[in-house]
Design a protein. Structure first.
Length: 377
């Protein structure tokens, strides 16, 4: 049986794209799949052999991440896999070493890293452009040696024109999602607006909490925030700003998110506008649509086109404008139901992981042979 080893040193081993979509899809198709990830359990889960790797150091010691690469290379080689699927930019040197040993290497590019560098405030402003330029040229050169590049959306694919990247979009597995009843209130009369994802300043969690505090208490709106906070200080700021108008749920495993969204009435797509995210395909957008939730969304014409009139756009960095959007939806159950229905119908028409799964399996069939068959290399 052909084997695939998935590597990540940055993402959670149960990341929705890394594990729940790609690794599980490949295992379900019939490949032998191993995933090496930080703090992963040493167990077989949904047909994927998980193998633990030490957690990455804190941001203030980011340089230590590079000291872990030799260990990851040793772990990867030990698997003797027919193909390796890399999910992080820092793993590209390991990919090159594996290629030199005659292994098949696929690089899944999730983000436009040069744009990410330009948005990093901790890098001196005078250095951002040179660093982004150097990284861009490094990444283009090294991945040209790999067997295939997967891009999450077109803006990334355009960076590698000579490599003929394959676009595999980060859209939901629709069969896993439950339908929310957006036009009704909770049994206790509340209208619940939910954000689910990483909780950090560029996701505007603080602005969401501040907006909740501005609302008329009679509207009975409660903002739920589900996810890990980037720091205790940021969590304290959000908690203080929202007071009794917010509910902090902490980390919620991916497989419990559908049931959580089904209890809500509004989805909060609160990513701050950045170069890296201007024309990306944010997974939260499609998950809210799959759950039938109307959205409060960052002003972004590209995202509005993807959402297909299922969202109210606001200035996500202005709590007063966010509060305006929340009030509009809280006061109008029929509007919530109509927007939620539009998003749900569009998701089921256009945004299903099953279509992407077929592309993913076809790629590895070309590289190492059909699932459960004999290797072709």
């Amino acid at each position: 049986m052909p084997s695939i080893c998935v590597l990540t040193t940055v993402h959670d081993p149960f990341d929705s794209r890394v594990f729940h979509k790609e690794a599980r899809s490949l295992a379900r198709a019939g490949y032998s799949v191993t995933l090496i990830g930080q703090d992963a359990p040493d167990a077989v889960i949904d047909g994927v052999q998980m193998r633990p790797f030490p957690a990455r150091p804190p941001a203030r010691q980011a340089w230590r991440r590079w000291l872990r690469l030799p260990q990851m290379w040793i772990r990867a080689r030990r698997e003797h896999a027919d193909a390796y699927l890399l999910h992080d930019p820092e793993l590209t040197p390991i990919g090159l070493l594996l290629k030199l040993e005659g292994r098949r290497v696929v690089y899944d590019v999730h983000e436009h890293v040069p744009y990410q560098i330009l948005d990093k405030t901790w890098i001196d402003a005078r250095l951002r452009k040179p660093v982004a330029w150097l990284y861009d040229h490094y990444e283009r050169a090294i991945v040209s040696r790999f067997d295939a590049i997967i891009a999450a959306f077109e803006q990334i694919a355009d960076r590698f024109p000579r490599a003929n990247p394959i676009i595999i979009r980060n859209v939901p597995e629709l069969d896993c999602w439950q339908h929310a009843d957006a036009g009704r209130c909770s049994p206790d009369g509340k209208v619940i607006a939910i954000y689910a994802g990483a909780v950090q300043p560029d996701r505007c969690a603080l602005e969401l909490a501040q907006a909740a505090a501005l609302l008329d208490p009679a509207l009975n709106v409660e903002v739920w925030i589900a996810g890990r906070f980037v720091s205790p200080d940021y969590e304290a700021q959000v908690r203080a700003a929202g007071a009794d108008r917010i509910r902090l749920l902490g980390h919620v495993p991916h497989d419990r998110i559908p049931a959580l969204l089904a209890q809500a009435h509004i989805g909060l797509m609160s990513l701050r506008p950045q170069l890296n995210s201007a024309v990306n395909w944010p997974i939260k957008l499609f998950e809210y649509m799959a759950a039938g939730l109307p959205m409060i969304m960052t002003q972004n014409a590209f995202w509005a086109g993807l959402a297909g009139d299922s969202a109210i756009q606001v200035d996500i960095e202005d709590p007063h404008d966010v509060a305006r959007g929340l009030e509009t939806l809280a006061r109008d159950p029929a509007l919530r139901a109509a927007l939620g229905h539009r998003g749900y119908a569009l998701a089921h028409d256009r945004y299903d992981w099953a279509d992407q799964e077929r592309t993913l399996v076809a790629l590895f069939t070309r590289l190492i042979g059909p699932p459960g068959g004999q290797e072709t290399h």
